[in-house]
Ligand binder design. Sequence first.
Ligand code: MSP
Length: 508
Amino acid sequence: MKKYITTPIYYPSGAPHFGHAYTSVACDVYSRFQRLDGMDAMFLTGTDEHGLKIQRAAEKLEQKPQEYLDNIVGEFKVIKEIMNLTNDDFIRTTEPRHKKTAQEMWKRLNDNGYIYKSAYAGWYSISDETFYNEDELVDGKSPDSGHPVEWVEEESYFFKMSAFQDQLVTIFEKNPELVQPSSRRNEVLSFIKGGLEDVCISRTTFDWGIPVPEDEKHIMYVWVDALTNYLSAIGWPNTEGWQDRWENVIHVVGKDILRFHAIIWPSMLLGAGFEESQLPRVYAHGWWTAEGKKMSKSFGNVVVPSEVVEKYGQDQVRYFMMREISFGSDADFSAERMVERINADLANALGNLFQRVLSMVNKNLEGKVPALGELSAEDKAFLATAKAATPKVREQVEALQFHKALEEIWHVISEANKYMDTNEPWKLKKENPEQMAHVLRVLMESFASLSVLLEPFMPTAAAQFQKQINFEGKTLADIETDGELLQTGTELPKPQGVFMRVVAEEAA
Ligand code: MSP
């Protein structure tokens, strides 16, 4: 089956931050998991390169927008290496393939009667070159610069979004999975029921953007340009097979841009002739604060992905991102929590467990996979727990509940630690070496499952674990088979610690 998952396209008006890396890691975990599950998953990310914000950022550096973008886009592309992402493509909205798609979308909306010309009126600040709504003004002046504003009417194109109000309500009530989590869907639904207005989709006050077909004085304003990136990357409408890819599409977005994705985008798709069954699933995640405060340049607390990865380790940061936040809610990035998670979950519960078991195998059993003896009721119960994890993790990943998927995995890890403590293999060494070998093997069978389930979250560590038990290149199907997962007698490499404890002072 084909699957398709996308991040928002990021504004390269400044360097990428933790929030950007976070969405990308979530999408990466999802895609890696799908691939392990035999799916053909495509993962897309990219940059949103048009508009006044970008034009301004370039002007500040006395550069042309394209020159500015070609420089800064590298900082976004390198997130792939920094976070170990497996995105299949990186779309830039300044690429010709995107311009073609955005213009095609415009044409279809226009041909279907959903675009009309009217006047856009609002409070305009000449110095900011921006329109503001009445309620955005601060003391009647521009909220950005404090400069005076004047009432201006500008000829603009509008998209008839109001036409889709009733249809969207029916669709979302019938298909709750389309907007998640459900609290957010309710927000979206009540917003739609409150009445949808048409949206202004062109501007004549700036020129860094995609020209409107057959009226080049107008530049597409945000929506038709940015949202269509998801279609450009799969070659809509001309590339064969785009429908199969689109059939299982999920857009992961921050809560601040949910409405655009859950209201404007489906309206546009319907307006362009997409079927109701062809609407994307949209999942809104929460926001990170840093040490309790909103991340912002002025507080100087913006978490930079490359810096935290260097400090704590790549898999550690990926784990923290997916574990600390209930996907959908907000969470706080703090050095203290990061250190606690690394020490308790990764170094103690997981790393130590593998290390203790594999060291005993190395020292006492010639470093070979020991044989499994007769299974006791307790052994069976423990191995059943390990086996039962896969379908549970699958279900949680499919629902983008990454923290719950990790809880399922850690449940197995904690059961493994209990099994180790009750069976005390170190005591069996003298009195019953065969039973010791058996106990270690039972634990190693659970390691085989764990090492595969951990791969989407912590790919490098998982590969190290797999290597140490000679269980490389496996898929979910391999750990869902009946019978023994490891091969008795296989020689194993000398075990090496995978997760080290961190000292809080070092990290602070
Ligand atoms: N370019 C638009 C999206 C267009 S998609 C067709 C945009 N770009 S953005 O760079 O400003 O934001 C990109 C994403 O980063 C958004 O989903 C936003 O929610 C997310 N985040 C920005 N700050 C964040 C945090 N502090 N925490 C989590 N996510 C954050 O919007």
